[in-house]
Ligand binder design. Structure first.
Ligand SMILES: *[C@@H]1O[C@H](CO)[C@@H](O)[C@H](O)[C@H]1NC(C)=O
Ligand SMILES: *[C@@H]1O[C@H](CO)[C@@H](O)[C@H](O)[C@H]1NC(C)=O
Ligand SMILES: *[C@@H]1O[C@H](CO)[C@@H](O)[C@H](O)[C@H]1NC(C)=O
Ligand SMILES: *[C@@H]1O[C@H](CO)[C@@H](O)[C@H](O)[C@H]1NC(C)=O
Ligand SMILES: *[C@@H]1O[C@H](CO)[C@@H](O)[C@H](O)[C@H]1NC(C)=O
Ligand SMILES: *[C@@H]1O[C@H](CO)[C@@H](O)[C@H](O)[C@H]1NC(C)=O
Ligand SMILES: *[C@@H]1O[C@H](CO)[C@@H](O)[C@H](O)[C@H]1NC(C)=O
Ligand SMILES: *[C@@H]1O[C@H](CO)[C@@H](O)[C@H](O)[C@H]1NC(C)=O
Length: 420
């Protein structure tokens, strides 16, 4: 009874060893990597040598830090990455798509960022797709760069078929930007593909920088266009046209309404859609909103801006410029105010003068002036000059002298009388 049992145990061991051997496949061979376009990285490999014939080969792969695991029958894998950092792929083979099956030894192949001092690379590289018709990218120079560095920007999108160079590099102080045409394609897959961007310098002295711009975000629409404003049932109706090629349900709206009379300033966020295709077959949609509780026939100024929303796009951060403002109602006449501003002080001053004169008259009537001869004399000679003063002094002396003379004459006459 003991022997068969032992034999069975041994068999089991052998079977288990066998099973383990058949499970793990030999590693893949000839793993290699290359770059297409600007940042499309492609890894390829060959099937393992000496794989078990009954194995339907599958390849297990993931990026450096165990991201994006994938089990697939193809002997290649590609991804779009900005090549500013090192990126690695690890590949192993197995016999099924079962995730719990242990793959062969993993083989790794990496791609390094371009040569050069990382401090020399441009910074703050970002791009905005304007109006679904052109893209503008901007950046700042790196820290270790000479100020006369001449930058070039290359871009690639599937619809272009090749890498193109941006022609209109523009510098405003530290800020550098470049714009290139990229019109929304007719076919719906256009936006599924990102734009690959590389910025480097002509002389090859700085490290190239990369960015991948998905076309389902980074969209800045053109401003809308206000068509009409009118009052109806103590409400203000605002009618506008959306920017071309944008479906109204893909946009969020902000309407600003100012009332100059009450100096109120209202902002309305239009969530529900009140839009329709204005003309048959036209891409332009016409929308309207109602501002309630307005004072009819007073002056209102209105402007609108739009941004993409999460219904159709991945981000909703970029507002369009404001539309041209439109106004309704009678504007308070500014020249009238200015004239009033000038006239009122004149009138007030006039009134004060008249009042003062009137008060003086009143005073004269109530308190008639008492004649004051001294005052009149003072008034008469109030402003004598030195000459006349001296003259008066002389006159004084003369008078005194003549008086003394008269005195002495009187004295002599008296003496004569006494002597007689
Ligand atoms: C690997 O590549 C070399 C040369 O390209 C080729 O000779 C060899 O057969 C390849 N190995 C496999 C397993 O395909
Ligand atoms: C492989 O499959 C064939 C037919 O399906 C079978 O006859 C053969 O025994 C299998 N070989 C191994 C090693 O499993
Ligand atoms: C995968 O393998 C595990 C154990 O080897 C097994 O339990 C499981 O059922 C398998 N799953 C599939 C989908 O075959
Ligand atoms: C916005 O795009 C439309 C359609 O592509 C175009 O007709 C229009 O001129 C563009 N607006 C600006 C300001 O470029
Ligand atoms: C950039 O271009 C200008 C004019 O073409 C040239 O004078 C200057 O030397 C260039 N700068 C560098 C760093 O090559
Ligand atoms: C964008 O609008 C213009 C003008 O209406 C039109 O010619 C063009 O075909 C539109 N583009 C798309 C992708 O719808
Ligand atoms: C509304 O008022 C604000 C603040 O006073 C001003 O910045 C804005 O331009 C005005 N808008 C319109 C449409 O006049
Ligand atoms: C938006 O406003 C900026 C700054 O005022 C101006 O430079 C730019 O041309 C405007 N864009 C459009 C599409 O009108």
């Amino acid at each position: 009874m003991e022997r068969p049992a032992r034999l069975c145990g041994l068999w089991a061991l052998l079977l288990c060893a066998n099973a383990e051997l058949s499970e793990t496949q030999p590693p893949v061979t000839n793993l290699s990597v290359y770059i297409e376009n600007l940042c499309t990285v492609i890894w390829t490999w060959n099937p393992p040598e000496g794989a078990s014939p009954n194995c339907s080969l599958r390849y297990f792969s993931h990026f450096g830090d165990k991201q994006d695991k994938q089990i697939a029958p193809e002997t290649h894998r590609s991804t779009e990455v900005p090549l500013n950092e090192r990126i690695c792929l690890q590949v192993g083979s197995q016999c099924s798509t079962n995730e719990s099956e242990k793959p062969s030894t993993l083989v790794e192949k990496c791609i390094s960022p371009p040569e050069g001092d990382p401090e020399s690379a441009v910074t703050e590289l970002r791009c905005v797709w304007h109006n679904l018709s052109y893209m503008t990218c901007s950046w700042l120079p790196g820290r270790n760069t000479s100020p006369d560095t001449n930058y070039t920007l290359y871009y690639w999108h599937r619809s272009l078929g090749k890498i193109l160079q941006c022609e209109n590099i523009d510098r405003k102080g530290q800020h550098i930007d470049c714009s290139f045409d990229l019109a929304k394609g007719k076919d719906s897959s256009f936006e599924q593909h990102s734009v690959q961007i590389m910025v480097k310098d002509n002389a090859g002295k700085i490290r190239p920088s990369f960015i991948i711009v998905p076309l389902t975000s980074h969209v800045k629409p053109d401003p809308p266009h206000i068509k009409n404003l009118f009052f109806k049932d103590s409400a203000l109706y605002v009618q506008w046209e959306n920017p071309q090629n944008f479906s109204s349900r893909c946009l969020s709206y902000e309407v600003e309404v100012n009332n100059s009379q009450t100096e109120t300033h209202g902002t309305f966020y239009v969530e529900e859609n009140k839009c329709e295709n204005s003309e048959f077959g036209s891409k332009v949609t016409s929308c309207f909103m109602v501002v309630p509780g307005v004072i009819a026939d007073t002056y209102y100024a209105v402007r609108i801006r739009v941004k993409t929303n999460k219904l159709c796009y991945e981000d909703d951060k970029l507002w369009s410029n404001w539309s041209q403002p439109m106004s309704i109602g009678k504007k308070p006449n500014s020249t009238f105010y200015i004239t009033m501003l000038l006239i009122i002080p004149v009138i007030v001053a006039g009134a004060i003068i008249v009042l003062l004169l009137y008060l003086k008259r009143l005073k004269i009537i109530i308190f008639p002036p008492i004649p004051d001869p001294g005052k009149i004399f003072k008034e008469m000679f109030g402003d004598q000059n030195d000459d006349t003063l001296q003259h008066w002094k002389k006159y004084d002396i003369y008078e005194k002298q003549s008086k003394e003379e008269t005195d002495s004459v009187v004295l002599i006459e008296n003496l004569k009388k006494v002597s007689q």
